[in-house]
Design a protein around this ligand. Sequence first.
Ligand SMILES: *[C@@H]1O[C@H](CO)[C@@H](O)[C@H](O)[C@H]1NC(C)=O
Ligand SMILES: *[C@@H]1O[C@H](CO)[C@@H](O)[C@H](O)[C@H]1NC(C)=O
Ligand SMILES: *[C@@H]1O[C@H](CO)[C@@H](O)[C@H](O)[C@H]1NC(C)=O
Ligand SMILES: *[C@@H]1O[C@H](CO)[C@@H](O)[C@H](O)[C@H]1NC(C)=O
Ligand SMILES: *[C@@H]1O[C@H](CO)[C@@H](O)[C@H](O)[C@H]1NC(C)=O
Ligand SMILES: *[C@@H]1O[C@H](CO)[C@@H](O)[C@H](O)[C@H]1NC(C)=O
Ligand SMILES: *[C@@H]1O[C@H](CO)[C@@H](O)[C@H](O)[C@H]1NC(C)=O
Ligand SMILES: *[C@@H]1O[C@H](CO)[C@@H](O)[C@H](O)[C@H]1NC(C)=O
Ligand SMILES: *[C@@H]1O[C@H](CO)[C@@H](O)[C@H](O)[C@H]1NC(C)=O
Length: 835
Amino acid sequence: MMVWRVFKLLICALFILCLACFSNGFAPKDMYLVDCGSPTDTQVGNRIYVSDNSTSKYLSTPRDILASTNSNNITSYDDSPLYKTARIFNGTSSYKFSITQTGRIWIRLYFFPFVYDNFNMDSASFSVSTQKNVLLGNFTPEAKNPTVKEFLLNVTSGNLLITFAPSSNSFAYLNALEVVSAPDSLIPDDASTFSPIGAFVGLVNNALETVERVNMGGPLVSFENDTLWRTWVNDQAFLRTPSSAVTNKSLIGAVTYPAGGATEDIAPRTVYGTCTEMNSSGDPHSTFNVTWEFNVDLGFQYMLRLHFCDIVSDSANQLAFNIYINSFNVAPDFEPSSEIYGGLATAFYMEYVTPIATNNRLRVSIGPSAKSAYPDAFLNGLEIMKLNNSLGSLSAAVSEPLSFGKGPKKNVGMIVGLSIGVPLALLMVVIVFLMHRRRKQERLGHSKTWIPISINGGTSHTMGSKYSNGTTISTASNLSYRIPFTAVLEATNDFDESGVIGIGGFGKVYKGVLNDGTKIAVKRGNPRSQQGLAEFRTEIEMLSQFRHRHLVSLIGYCDEKNEMILIYEYMENGTVKSHLYGSDLPSLNWKQRLEICIGAARGLHYLHTGSSKAIIHRDVKSANILLDENFLAKVADFGLSKSGPEVDQTHVSTAVKGSFGYLDPEYFRRQQLTEKSDVYSFGVVLLEVLCARPVIDPSLPREMVNLAEWAMKWQKKGQLEQIIDSNLVGKIRPDSLRKYGETAEKCLADFGVDRPSMGDVLWNLEYALQLQEAVIQNDPEENSTNVIGELSPQVNNFNHTDDTPSVVEMSRMDDDLSGISMSRVFSQLVKSEGR
Ligand SMILES: *[C@@H]1O[C@H](CO)[C@@H](O)[C@H](O)[C@H]1NC(C)=O
Ligand SMILES: *[C@@H]1O[C@H](CO)[C@@H](O)[C@H](O)[C@H]1NC(C)=O
Ligand SMILES: *[C@@H]1O[C@H](CO)[C@@H](O)[C@H](O)[C@H]1NC(C)=O
Ligand SMILES: *[C@@H]1O[C@H](CO)[C@@H](O)[C@H](O)[C@H]1NC(C)=O
Ligand SMILES: *[C@@H]1O[C@H](CO)[C@@H](O)[C@H](O)[C@H]1NC(C)=O
Ligand SMILES: *[C@@H]1O[C@H](CO)[C@@H](O)[C@H](O)[C@H]1NC(C)=O
Ligand SMILES: *[C@@H]1O[C@H](CO)[C@@H](O)[C@H](O)[C@H]1NC(C)=O
Ligand SMILES: *[C@@H]1O[C@H](CO)[C@@H](O)[C@H](O)[C@H]1NC(C)=O
Ligand SMILES: *[C@@H]1O[C@H](CO)[C@@H](O)[C@H](O)[C@H]1NC(C)=O
């Protein structure tokens, strides 16, 4: 189904970085530079690459080095002396480096094939892995061109082992190797800057591979001009329509690095001070995108870092444009020179993580926005990094995790060190690594085009709120949910304690007002706990995928500065629980209570059936059903929600979570979660609504403590009316109460299979309401267990008070459709419902 991973927006200009780590000239703690196969050390620029000859302590392999030879067989090669020698591995071999400072480490592997003896390197095929990650699988470096593979790993042990394993009947080789510490903050830890709305947990545990690093509209920046020895290539080769873009602006000297924001370690001035701009040639009616296209591998997620610095506008807040990744508008009406990014000529960057690639072309586009004074758009730099897959591999060729740590096989290993005439005169030659030429061969495999379909249906939910500083937070897209911490502070009056409207396990809930007047509820998480973080993510993920009239909507979230803040629509009338007992709010009448239960049932029904994989709420209780100003009920608190069973399974095994008194006994016994667990909890809510007392009340006589048990005793005697809320006595029509009591009883059945679905519950409650309203004159049933069957001829007589599609319509669609088309249908349903 639409388990696409949701993109994530990161405004790093706001991220307070450790300035110390980010000052110019980051000094790497560990630095190993190895010129493989070379008998002696090699100097490149001001760096010395040591030899891995027989006295080398890095290469832990059987010592079986063949003599090196000269070769004139090379027809073309990069100027770098590193490419003139190589080490050939005819068997599994490893380099071992001791790491004094664990954390982010660059690994750069240099390859350039030539022919030596019996070894034609063009036909080499091998895998490269570390203890934790597969870096390359069944890899054959490109012929004729030098290839540099760059990885950024989080090394957590004191030793880094890089293992080369030839494919069967083949061999491995390597020309040079770098292992160098990187600033840890280069890739944000997920706590402060990477809140994946999608399913992956943080970036800190991910190995990254550089796919492309591009300096838009600027020159090639070689490693000598980059504080972290990265290479940035020009973007011309990636432009789909070169004439759509111009690159004649350059303001390298004017680039400002803001305090606490981007630094030269993020990207050098040459990247920020140049850009590729839309070629609108002064035509105020230009409407086209500038698009770059990149090759990616299917089945992987990618992190994109977009670098911006407005060197284009004459004054701030003039220019707005859209940024698309594939066809997703990830930043509608993006204003690069607004205050939030520091104004003109200020460097900042944003990060996105893509869904799993289902197309091997990744497109990044910029295009004009109607909000802009004139049609223009620009981009200064772009980095694309591949994330490891769930097996920890960066290669699709490896479908099984490799078994590590076995060490080289002594009998097979034979290493061939070779060197091909290294005239020392060449050592000082400036190296230009033509990284852009290492683009992967076009793949022929056909693939499904990824059509991102947003359940919240594009523009129909736009509820933009404009901040004074120019950021537009629009709920149109779940990508723009991120709200700056400063805006949250402003809205809540610096978290004024007088604004606290609730306190829960998660933290405090504050009332707030955005500066456009929208009332919001701000849930501020306690300082990060692992548990809290997981729930925080789940909630964002759930609420950004599922939008419904009867589900509380998420307006945004904030994860800056270690905060876990969720911002919801404000629900004027608080929890259902507060209207039942424990407060002096006026009592609700029976019709109101039924309507509330029906609303909540609709929300849950949607969760259970609204996508091809059911969502189980897991914490259904009266405190999680909220009421808006019109007493419309909305289900809240998705922190514990879980996807339901896959089609071929009947349940989800999981640790028991939920709230005491509402917990499904079967779930408790068997730890197996199904939608029917929510149905049980909802049955308890029905009784709570009817009896207006806590579900567990230890102060009561023993047989009364547990509401569900107590009420079922009376229900089974047919005397439920004996224990109802005194405010309701004499006000419920007996038929309506009977229907209601039966519904609750069925929900509380011991076994999930005996419980009705939420759809059935919904209809039974609707029916109880009809009975109360006396719309149905002749009671058509007595002891029915399935009202739907009997009522269906009357479906059309129901007066739907809103335009919600009826359950029958929805379940029919369920039958007919599946997968992506299903989610399209639902986005339609949601559109029509959301109003
Ligand atoms: C190996 O390389 C080192 C420099 O790293 C050099 O000092 C040494 O003489 C070399 N040994 C051999 C056997 O070539
Ligand atoms: C050059 O390549 C040929 C095969 O293409 C090979 O037989 C020969 O050994 C190579 N020469 C050297 C010096 O490696
Ligand atoms: C590396 O991983 C460890 C454990 O997963 C984590 O605690 C640490 O923060 C990570 N470091 C970086 C720089 O990502
Ligand atoms: C580094 O940048 C300077 C100025 O931009 C340029 O003159 C020089 O050629 C660059 N060096 C390399 C090795 O690219
Ligand atoms: C920009 O567009 C104009 C008109 O469409 C075209 O003539 C010009 O060549 C383009 N500029 C570039 C750099 O391609
Ligand atoms: C940049 O390009 C635009 C349109 O393509 C042109 O009008 C302008 O004169 C150019 N500026 C420079 C400095 O070349
Ligand atoms: C720009 O690209 C996006 C995404 O592919 C597309 O939706 C949009 O219509 C394009 N805009 C123009 C003006 O072509
Ligand atoms: C990458 O591998 C780590 C384990 O090394 C895993 O926790 C993480 O989920 C993987 N990333 C993705 C995107 O699957
Ligand atoms: C590589 O090693 C295997 C096994 O030791 C051997 O059979 C083979 O001939 C070797 N290949 C070369 C090219 O030396």
